[in-house]
Design a binder for this molecule. Structure first.
Ligand code: SAH
Length: 245
């Protein structure tokens, strides 16, 4: 996992009008392990609406740095990716967000990397876009392609996290899986029980053995699950419990 590279990512919100969007963006970032937030000339910040929507990401808001202009906010970055739904005639090279996230992580091994988002009503100006080296688009429905600002931040943060972690979840408590020998033991036991019960005629077995092998191969059972089934078979095979005994 390269999730330490996420600490090199900075989310930059330019001329944000609604403080609620700043709070929601902070929450979206923190969920994905991104904590560095920069605000360029926000209309209202700090603001109780931002605090309310951050919902637990107040540390991200408290750490947010406020700048007067975009060049100041990205001055120390080795790469800046500008988010805009709209194609421009003269803009930086454009990439879909998934590709951009992978490229940005490669850049992040060499320094800080910014993702820059525009104002809710007007987006990024051409000048702001040209201050960045790459133009990123979220491939939404072309007929309705403009996302809410904080939701665009969520998509970008998620893609960055997926690029950094390959989608891996933190390891859970692994239960040991059944080994080949455990499974052979189960198959022998199943055979014994099905013959004893009259379910399987050994002279004419059909494809029964192949089918249960395929079933358990697909299920990849845990060792404990195989033990439970064998316990059940053992109990069914007790004298008096099975046919013919
Ligand atoms: N009405 C504005 C869009 C504002 S949405 C316009 O026409 O540009 C607020 C910000 O979210 C945008 O500036 C951009 O940074 C980001 N955003 C929203 N939808 C996007 C998309 N499909 N692709 C890339 N960025 C998007």
């Amino acid at each position: 996992m390269n999730d330490d590279l996420l600490s090199h990512i900075r989310i930059v919100l330019v001329r944000t009008s609604h403080p609620g969007n700043i709070g929601s963006a902070a929450r979206a970032m923190k969920n994905m392990g991104i904590r560095s937030l920069a605000l360029v000339a926000p209309k209202r910040f700090p603001d109780p609406e931002a605090d309310a929507l951050a919902s637990g990401a107040d540390d991200v808001l408290a750490g947010a740095r406020v700048f007067d202009s975009l060049p100041e906010a990205i001055g120390d970055c080795v790469a800046a990716y500008a988010l805009s739904a709209r194609m421009r005639e003269w803009g930086p090279e454009n990439f879909p967000v998934r590709e951009a996230a992978a490229a940005a992580l490669a850049d992040a091994s060499g320094g800080r990397v910014a993702f820059v988002f525009g104002n809710e009503a007007s987006g990024l100006t051409n000048e702001e876009l040209l201050a960045c080296q790459r133009h990123v688009r979220i491939p939404a429905d072309p007929a309705w392609s403009s996302l809410n600002l904080s939701q665009a931040v969520q998509v970008v943060s998620y893609e960055l996290r997926m690029a950094a972690t390959a989608g891996a979840l933190p390891p859970g408590r692994p239960e040991p899986l059944a080994t080949a020998a455990d499974l052979e033991g189960l198959y022998a036991h199943l055979e014994q029980a099905s013959i004893a019960s009259g379910f399987l005629d050994p002279a004419n077995p059909g494809r029964l053995r192949e089918r249960w092998r395929r079933l358990f191969a697909r299920a990849r059972p845990e060792r404990e699950e195989v033990n439970i089934l064998r316990g059940l078979l053992k109990s069914l095979l007790k004298p008096g419990n099975s046919r013919g005994e």
